[in-house]
Design a protein around this ligand. Structure first.
Ligand code: ZN
Length: 177
């Protein structure tokens, strides 16, 4: 008699989804519709262990099942999730995902005083904080005034060479170490 496949326990499923931020774990995808995938196939392992589970969107799940994304890459995606989650906060992880998905971007604008939210990315030399000049000309009552917003409303985080390397490693499922 074939072994009945039990559902993934709720707490394990939750942990896997939280690990990936309730998004597809592929850094260049990050689709918000998720399924739980077994990295080593369930028919082999016959169990649902956190270490062997990863959140994928239906498209990436299919690409994985068909072998288009191989198991070695999936293991690396899983390992990289652990490293990134241990080191960076929610906003930092979103910034890394943004750059993984959009390699042509150099800088990202953030609200003023985002230095704490971006602290570890800056500390690790992956991003540099800057106050790009942001001069606006305001015309009121026929008079022109130059308003300097510099450092008041926005700041900019520019990716460094080291940052580019990390983002490329994330996107290409290479080791972060
Ligand atoms: Zn996906």
């Amino acid at each position: 008699m074939a072994q009945v496949r039990k559902a993934v326990p709720a707490e394990v499923k939750r942990a896997v989804l939280v690990e990936a931020g309730h998004r597809c774990a592929i850094p260049t995808c990050k689709t918000s519709t998720t399924e739980i995938a077994h990295i080593k196939p369930w028919r082999v392992v016959r169990e649902h262990k956190f270490e062997n589970l990863i959140a994928l969107c239906p498209t990436c799940h299919t690409r994985f099942d068909s072998g288009e994304i191989d198991r070695k890459a999936m293991l690396q995606y899983k390992a990289n999730l652990g490293v990134i989650n241990g080191r960076y906060g929610e906003i930092e992880r979103r910034v890394l995902a943004l750059f993984a998905e959009n390699p042509e971007i150099n800088s990202v604008p953030m609200p003023a005083a985002s230095d704490i939210a971006m602290m570890h990315l800056v500390k690790d030399g992956l991003f540099a904080r800057g106050l790009k000049p942001n001069l606006g000309i305001m015309i009121a009552n026929g008079a022109c005034a130059t308003i300097d917003f510099t450092g008041k409303t926005q700041e900019f985080y520019t990716i460094t060479e080291k940052g580019r390397d990390l983002v490329a490693r994330l996107a290409e499922a290479r080791s972060l170490n």
